[in-house]
Ligand binder design. Sequence first.
Ligand code: FXY
Ligand code: ZN
Length: 366
Amino acid sequence: MTTVQAAVAVGPGLPFETRTLELDEPRPDEVLVRIVGVGVCHTDLVFKEAGMIAAPAVLGHEGSGVVEKVGSSITKFAAGDRVAISFRSCGTCSNCAKGDAAYCATMPLLNYAGMRPDGSKALHDNTIDVGSNFFGQSSFATYALTYARNLVKVPEGLPLELMGPLGCGIQTGVGGITRSLKCEPGSTLLITGGGPVGLSAVMGGKIAGCSTIILVEPVAARRALALEFGATHVIDPTATDDLAAAVRAIVPDGVGYAFDTTGLPAVYTGILGSLAPKGVLGMVGVTAPGVAMPGEVNTMMTFGFTLKGIIEGDSDPETFLPELIELHRKGKLPFDRMITTFPFSQINEAIAAQHHGDCIKVVLLM
Ligand code: FXY
Ligand code: ZN
């Protein structure tokens, strides 16, 4: 067992509680990582607040750190390796075989269940088992058990503690545009929500060569950063009660692509009014269970719209994270400009700051 300090989700509406827990020794297919930094993603908070994982549980799925110990069947990683941790996939189902790891047949079981597939939990608080294995990591903790398929080596010369968000938020935003929607050069793109995923999508739109990139976001500082990242236009949704009219004032025929990070039905309504015929809407904003899309079936047919749910930007972390790291090194993906760091012990204060729009992407440092 490894003794860890963890931020434990104890129930909806309650702050994370810092507790000392015991973490299992790595099984043959597991890799023990000493976490040095972990991003806070909106999905962590939705799972906690909507009770989508049984409490008590340790969330966190944008960890990075140093391999401490490997299980007996691990050959690709060794103690001392610097790693970013992404989502887990099986590697053997038909989608994984095609490189579609984000749509792994066992994605929910491996990432969202809060336990290993055999039902065991790897974290323990005296006699109580604590939910673990969130996204194959549960990295709101000083150590995490991970798997070879969700680890990517981080080259020397990069700040390891800031690399965790590549494994979820950044790849979701960039990949959502370049891999999921596959926006062509010269295409028009509407992005709703200027959090870390939306701002990464702005950078993705620039990388893809979109000619018009419109970001809709209420926080002025985020709109300003979007313009620096490559947005051609920004809209303050609090200044208009008709999003579609505001978009069509910029692109009268409507946009070819939309990318929603909010998951808000009212925003979807505005997006559907903003799309050009044959427009495609990509959806990444996680909601509480049961939230439904608005939209009339006949409208979808009349305009030939495509609605596309997107997980992790259709990423295969093993190949896509190195591409993102290369883009970052070339200055084309300055995602570090979105990051504000906090000590791990201040997780609740950091989340409050992110919620109030005082910072964009929180990374907790161990
Ligand atoms: O934070 C990242 N995105 C996740 C992959 C979305 C999880 C969606 C869960 C739906 C039940
Ligand atoms: Zn995430």
